[in-house]
Structure formats: structure tokens, C-alpha cells
Design a protein around this ligand. Structure first.
Ligand code: NI
Length: 227
């Protein structure tokens, strides 16, 4: 799954986030990297317990909690408290794969990282480079979204952030533990959900076929979800 979710934050909210992050204290991004990815990681990161990280993270989680496409695609069981990074000129993050299990939050708990999220906070015209490239995504060119837009992709993929050549790239990044662990099942449910919306719009919510299809969706969730 590789999905762009535009407007998770409004441009004004993204601008307010940038303003808050401007005054924050940034650490070396290798604090959360494993031994292997530390070798290729060069960026700055907000400490997890930084007040700005908590405050902005809560805003993002609140928005995602009522974002229909995010909920349908990710089927989140829990979402890792967002982390924040900053790439300045010359910084990048080479090929790596995200850790399968991460510990975070208050109180601390384990999250299985089924899906990775990058929420872009800088406007694309404010920096060169800094593209997110995901192997096997069907395109060799990287992704660079507008401020407030989110990219949702499989955490099982090798990916990288190309070096920033000008300006600075600010983003939030975090992971989703999905109720449905299997990627194929999750994608099938996302397709089915879209089909049901189409059928309901065409036939009406009360049409017997629409009701049965909705039932099938929920019965598949019952079969596959871990809650
Ligand atoms: Ni990564």
C-alpha cells in the first residue's frame, strides 16, 4: 500500500507546526536508529519527550482519528506517538528498513510497525532534494508532498530520503500497528470499503445488496482483526 492522504493538517496548521518546531531543540537523529540504519542516517530529530513533540503529536493523532481514508486504509489498532525530524542542506537518510517493533508512548508500550507514515510539514518549494523514495513502489522518482499531506506506506519496504540540497525539510514520522497484520488482507478490505461506498451511493444505503456487502466487510474484519 502506498497512499497519499492530502490535508491531514491544513496549510495553516502545518505553518503553525513549523513555527513551533523552529524554536525546538534538535538532537542527532541517530538516537532512534538501529546500528545498521545509524550508518546511513544524517538528520536532526526532536527528543520524544520534548513538549513540542507531545503537543504537535497529539494534534496529528486527533486529526487522524477522524480521517476516514486513513482509518479505512490503515485499520489502526494503535498509532505510535509522532516523532519529528529535520533535514538541512547535506542531510539525508540512505537505504534502510524501519524496525519491526518500536517502544514508545507514555506509559511505554510496544508497537508492531505494519505501516509507516510521513507527514510533510515543509512546503515543497522551500527545499530541494529530500524526497522519500520507496523501493518497489512502481516509480524510481521520490515522493514530496505538500505541507500537511501524509504518505502511508508498508513498513516492510526499503526506503530512503534523498539528500537535501537547499533549505530544510521538516516532517513528522510514525508507525501504525494495524488491526489487520497481513498486507494483502488489509488492501482487500480497503478495496472492498471503496466498492461498498460506491454501491451505497448508487443503490442507496438500504438496498439489500448494499446491506449484505457491508455485512461481508464486517465479517472479514471479524475473521482477520486482532484487537
Ligand atoms: Ni524509515
Amino acid at each position: 500500500m502506498l497512499l497519499t492522504l492530502p490535508g491531514v493538517l491544513s496549510p495553516e496548521e502545518a505553518a503553525a507546526c513549523r513555527k513551533t518546531l523552529l524554536d525546538a531543540r534538535w538532537d542527532d537523529g541517530r538516537i532512534t536508529a538501529g546500528a545498521q540504519s545509524a550508518l546511513v542516517k544524517a538528520n536532526l530529530q526532536l527528543p520524544e519527550d520534548a513538549p513540542a513533540a507531545r503537543q504537535l503529536g497529539e494534534l496529528i493523532l486527533e486529526r487522524l482519528g477522524r480521517h476516514a481514508a486513513f482509518l479505512a486504509a490503515a485499520l489502526p489498532q494503535r498509532v505510535f506517538p509522532p516523532l519529528f525530524n529535520r533535514y538541512e542542506a547535506g542531510m539525508g537518510f540512505g537505504d534502510h528498513i524501519d524496525n519491526a517493533v518500536r517502544i514508545g508512548g507514555q506509559p511505554a508500550r510496544r508497537y508492531r510497525t505494519d505501516l509507516s507514515c510521513t507527514l510533510f510539514l515543509s512546503e515543497p518549494e522551500d527545499y530541494d532534494g529530500g524526497e522519500l523514495v520507496i523501493d518497489g513502489a512502481g516509480s524510481s522518482s521520490g515522493v514530496k508532498l505538500g505541507a500537511g499531506d501524509l504518505l502511508l506506506y508498508e513498513a516492510s519496504t526499503v526506503h530512503r530520503v534523498t539528500p537535501v540540497a537547499r533549505g530544510a525539510r521538516l516532517a513528522a514520522f510514525f508507525w501504525v500497528q494495524s488491526m489487520v497484520r497481513d498486507r494483502g488482507q488489509r488492501e482487500l478490505l480497503f478495496d472492498l470499503d471503496a466498492s461498498i461506498r460506491g454501491a451505497r451511493a448508487a443503490l442507496g444505503d438500504a438496498h439489500p445488496a448494499a446491506v449484505r456487502l457491508t455485512g461481508t466487510y464486517h465479517n472479514l474484519i471479524r475473521m482477520w482483526a486482532e484487537v
